[in-house]
Design a protein around this ligand. Structure first.
Ligand code: 5AD
Length: 352
């Protein structure tokens, strides 16, 4: 296991020759613990309504430049059938925190997917109540994704305003999801203004402590219509402490996460591909990642799901996203995963 000072020194390492050693170690651990399969998860962005005011996200409630949409269950089922047709093992339904999707309506949809297909169902619907999460779990939902975004509590509170007097505590929610039997996924952004090297080392510690089954990390990308893209919105820290929001730094975090949480699933994220269009996805696969989430949202909707600007895949069709993922897996010299692609870490715990 890596010691904290080693994590910190890798995060500050910029020599390509030395970094080659980190990439190689992460790739080896990935191969030993999760194998060569790259699992595909079909991502369906089912609604871009959001009641929250996260300071970094283009979908925040007060951004009135966004054309809002909410997909109908029938439209979502068409995407689900397409995911099955493409051979995916999982569909991920993601939205802003949208109470227009009532808990019973979502439970009905989960039932419908489970009745009709063998697909694993992953939800990424924000900070919903325990009752709602439990209802969805009972309806058959398998996994829940909720990034904690940063371990630095002061920074966290600064960029996640509370709602209705309820302070946001995603770490506590992740523990409850775990208890409910969800396969839990989380992650953080890299290079948030005000985020230090120590903070990123804490993120990696937290991944291990939370016993996560999936860990997604992507670079922070400033969105011009959000407060965090403006100077002065974040706590000021010494420039030498500020983590850069670069593809290279993100890949170091991916590799260190693989060395720390060996048997977890790690996606090669869209945010990383957005900053490094030619090589981002494939490089991450060679540096610890083992999952790709092709975007299956119908093109007219996906254009409106702009959490950050210049998002990769914004003009693709599901067919193009699928073909691209297959080509990337081929370029990385890997194989497409079969079945649901549960994390070996989760399966080992479930068998106990
Ligand atoms: N830059 C990078 N990632 C972002 N996300 C939201 N806004 C941004 C941004 N401006 C990420 C968050 C969220 C996920 C769905 O998208 O980590 O959890």
């Amino acid at each position: 296991m890596l010691k904290r000072h080693e994590i910190l020194s890798w995060l500050r390492e910029n020599d390509p020759g030395r970094l080659a050693e980190l990439w190689q170690r992460a790739d080896e651990v990935r191969r030993q613990h999760v194998g060569d399969a790259v699992h595909l998860r079909g991502l369906i962005e089912i609604s871009n309504y959001c009641v929250r005011q996260c300071a970094y996200c283009g979908l925040r409630a007060s951004n009135d430049g966004v054309t809002r949409y909410r997909m109908h269950a029938d439209e979502i089922m068409d995407c689900v059938r397409l995911a099955r047709h493409f051979g995916y093992g999982t569909v991920v339904m993601q939205a802003g925190e949208d109470y227009g999707w009532s808990a019973p309506a979502m439970a009905d949809l989960i039932h419908q997917i489970k009745d009709e297909t063998e697909l694993a169902v992953t939800l990424s619907l924000g900070e919903r109540s325990d009752e709602e999460l439990l209802l969805w779990r009972q309806a058959g939902a398998d996994r829940y994704l909720l990034r904690f975004e940063t371990s630095n509590r002061t920074l966290y509170e600064r960029i996640h305003p509370s709602r209705g007097g309820r302070v946001s505590d995603r770490l506590a929610m992740l523990r409850r999801l775990h208890e409910m039997g969800y396969e839990t996924g989380s992650g953080a952004m890299v290079g948030i203004p005000g985020q230090s090297y120590e903070d990123v080392a804490d993120d990696i510690d937290n991944y291990a402590d939370l016993d996560l089954h999936m860990i997604g990390v992507g670079p922070f990308i400033p969105h011009p219509d959000t407060p965090l893209s403006k100077p002065g919105a974040a706590p000021t820290i010494d420039a030498r402490q500020q983590v850069p929001n670069t593809p290279l730094m993100t890949m170091k975090v991916v590799a260190l996460t693989r060395l720390t949480c060996r048997a977890t699933n790690i996606p090669s994220t869209t945010a990383l591909a957005s900053l490094d269009r030619d090589g981002g996805r494939v490089s991450a696969l060679a540096r610890g990642a083992n999952v790709i989430m092709p975007n299956m949202t119908p093109p007219d909707y996906r254009r409106c799901y702009e959490i950050y600007p210049a998002k990769a895949c914004i003009y693709e069709t599901p067919e193009q996203a699928h073909a691209l993922a297959l080509a990337e897996i081929e370029r990385a010299g890997r194989q497409v995963g079969r079945g649901r692609g549960d994390s070996p870490h989760y399966l080992a715990a479930a068998a106990k």
